[in-house]
Design a protein around this ligand. Structure first.
Ligand code: SF4
Length: 321
């Protein structure tokens, strides 16, 4: 079996936003515009970028909550981009999602224990007694008490609700979890607890994560490798330590300068990017970052740079390298 649990090839997700009288799309938001990435078994790939860069759309398209416009999504070697709903149901035993707002993802009228039991039932897991035992085990695993099983979502704090959502995701014994801003809706004091829980579950259950977050410190702590996204494209992807100590793409350099983690001896100065992020309806020609890049040259507006391997697992999309 390949070491890769997930491999995404040339993935695009475009949204038509304006149509003519005949219903033909006149304008298209290119939210995800041809990305390639992979995740190995047991690995955490962080995905960072400014809000609106397409990172959440990437996660949702990989999960097939959104249908891809183009590209392949190889999950354990099978292209799930082409799967129908019935086929996807079997994939969701191995591929799960944890997202930002735990309250929105729980049914307010259902006791949380029953909600998790229902997931087990839908996936045809075990008989009733075994399902009850499994729910108890999951509650213990995420640090909740057995008596919490009979409560409703509103009886919990935000951090506890996220623990319930994590327990529900784990109910089917997934191999890969897409964590989309899993702690950003929580109080700062609670964030570390949930991040530590996700980290210990990853080690205990040999999970892989696609960890999407705008919080660079958390991404650095959680990830083995990190991909940096700008305007629908991945501009750099590298092992976490390497990227945070030596970002090579001018956008990564600016983004990561926001946290003082650069190597000792280097200037720890925040780089402020000039200008707004261009519209994903009409991205700039050539390099999409050129309108904000202080190193932009003639070539940058003429041809799009490709993601180039600089050795090992470090890839950069920039003519400077
Ligand atoms: Fe800047 Fe050109 Fe590199 Fe783009 S390709 S990041 S514009 S130097």
């Amino acid at each position: 079996m390949s070491a890769r649990i997930l491999e995404v090839k040339s993935l695009k997700k475009h949204f038509p936003v304006k149509s003519n009288l005949l219903g033909k799309a006149m304008e298209t938001v290119k939210a995800v515009d041809g990305i390639d990435l992979y995740i190995n078994y047991g690995e955490v790939l962080g995905l960072v970028g400014e809000s609106g860069c397409g990172k959440s759309t990437t996660g949702r398209t990989i999960l097939r909550l959104l249908d891809p416009t183009e590209g392949e999504i190889l999950f354990e070697g099978n292209d799930i981009a082409k799967y129908n709903k019935k086929q996807l149901r079997t994939v969701y035993r191995n591929l799960q999602l944890i997202f930002q707002d735990p309250f929105a993802s729980l049914n307010p009228r259902k006791k949380v224990g029953s909600a998790i039991e229902e997931v087990l039932y839908v996936h045809k897991i075990r008989n009733a007694a075994e399902r009850k035992e499994k729910v108890k085990e999951l509650f213990e695993m995420v640090g909740l008490r057995q008596e919490d099983m009979d409560k409703y979502p509103h009886e919990f704090s935000g951090g506890q609700r996220q623990r319930i959502v994590i327990a529900r995701a784990l109910a089917v014994n997934p191999k890969l979890i897409i964590c989309d801003e899993p702690v950003s809706a929580l109080d700062v004091s609670i964030q570390a607890q949930i991040v530590n829980l996700l980290n210990s579950l990853k080690n205990r259950l040999a999970l892989s994560y696609l960890f999407i977050s705008h919080d660079l410190r958390i991404v650095k702590y959680m990830s083995d490798r990190v991909a940096v996204m700008y305007l629908g494209k991945i501009v750099e992807i590298a092992p976490a330590e390497e990227l945070f100590s030596n970002p090579l793409h001018p956008y990564s350099e600016a983004l990561l300068s926001a946290i003082a983690v650069l190597k000792p001896g280097k200037k720890k100065k925040k780089i402020v990017l000039e200008g707004e992020v261009p519209s994903p309806v009409n991205p700039p020609s050539g390099c999409r970052f050129r309108t904000r890049c202080k190193y932009a040259m003639k070539q940058c507006s003429e041809t799009e740079p490709q993601l180039k391997c600089l050795g090992g697992e470090h890839f950069v999309r920039c003519y400077l390298h």
